[in-house]
Ligand binder design. Structure first.
Ligand code: FAQ
Length: 311
């Protein structure tokens, strides 16, 4: 790579300029972006599955309408993100194939089962809460199309978090059984939510370079700490207990100390050994195959329109 081009690129990134699709960029920058954006897109699409499972079982018409809208939003997020990745010269087919063959990663969080309605409330509160914490800084990520996609995604994600917390409030103020369901959901989703931020900084191979290139604006540990600090008081307001006996306010650092994450579990889930990983991938592959006729019909329609234009 031409050192003059690399230097100009580094200067632009350091000056907080956006890099756009037709600008020169180092191959490794392009590769890192395709990896992160496509994995982000896959997470949105696989993330529709645990919630989609509850659309027919939502406890009221209001909750059902909200959940339907939320799951549709996730599809939209996935599509914007695939488009952003396509501007880097990778095709949608390649990305989907990488997901279906198990080559591409998607967030560990979506490999856990949704056992009760309270899990849907907890996902909105915790999983969308963690997602926003990670995505707000990405609105200033150095690649223009990714940054702009994040603006709308964050607005919708913020509504998702609020509806989840509102559903948690309803359960926490409900019957004894509803309170027990809410606590049980918090117990099961707390640690996997902390894992969403990725490995600790000193074990994160990509962080240093991604921070220098301003792809990431905050590190995994910084974002995780912020999430804990914001979420613990929310759990207290609900009258629920965060399942961490090491959790303690640290006056000096102005944040919470918290217990050690089970990193073995994290790496096992990253490797594809999560509790419902096989079901998730099977659901994706089945949907892709069963709905092939939609893609074929759209292609045939487009071809006919093109032919009509020529004639
Ligand atoms: N799961 O060196 P790092 C949502 C991998 S939100 C799986 O730290 P990096 C909304 C990582 O890819 C969830 N793999 O990597 C929603 C790398 O492997 P690789 C999606 C993980 O990229 C809510 C290796 O470990 N959000 O979907 C995880 O600098 C509700 C080493 O890690 C995003 O994707 C993990 N948790 O930092 C939808 C946000 N953590 O690729 C439906 C954008 C790490 O080298 C319902 N992504 N790995 O083979 C990011 O901010 C970053 O990519 C991180 C990882 C922070 C996830």
């Amino acid at each position: 790579e031409d050192p003059a081009l690399v230097e100009e690129f580094e200067r632009r990134v350091a000056a907080d300029e956006f890099i756009e699709p037709k600008d020169w960029m180092p191959e490794a920058y392009r590769k890192t972006l395709v990896r992160q954006i496509s994995q982000h897109a896959h997470s949105e699409i696989v993330g529709m599955l645990p919630e989609g499972n509850w659309i027919t079982r939502a406890p009221s018409l209001r909750r059902k309408a909200i959940l339907l809208a939320k799951v549709q939003d996730e599809a939209g997020h996935g599509l914007y993100l695939y488009c952003a990745a396509e501007t880097l010269g990778t095709s949608r087919e390649e990305m989907v194939e990488a997901l279906h063959s198990g080559k591409a990663k998607y967030s560990t969080i979506f490999n856990y089962p949704t056992l009760t309605w309270a899990d849907i409330a907890a996902i909105g509160w915790l999983v969308d809460g963690a997602a926003i914490m990670n995505q707000v800084p990405l609105q200033r990520t150095s690649y223009g199309p990714y940054a702009r996609a994040m603006v709308r995604v964050c607005k919708e994600e913020s509504f998702h978090q609020r509806q989840g917390y509102e559903a948690m409030i309803a359960l926490a103020n409900g019957t004894g059984e509803q309170r027990r369901m809410a606590q049980d959901a918090l117990n099961r989703w707390w640690w996997p939510s902390l894992m969403m931020f990725g490995p600790p900084d000193d074990k994160s191979p990509n962080t240093e370079r991604s921070m220098r290139w301003r792809i990431k604006r905050e590190t995994n540990d910084e974002l995780r700490q912020k999430f804990v600090d914001i979420t613990v008081p929310q759990a207290e307001f609900l009258g629920l207990t965060v399942p961490d006996s090491d959790l303690a306010w640290n006056e000096e650092k102005g944040g919470y100390d918290f217990g050690e994450i089970d990193w073995e579990e994290f790496y096992a889930v990253v490797r594809g050994e999560g509790p419902v990983a096989k079901e998730r991938m099977k659901a994706r592959r089945d949907a892709w195959e069963k709905n092939a006729w939609v893609r074929e019909a759209a292609d045939a329609h487009a071809a006919r329109k093109r032919a009509a234009k020529v004639a």
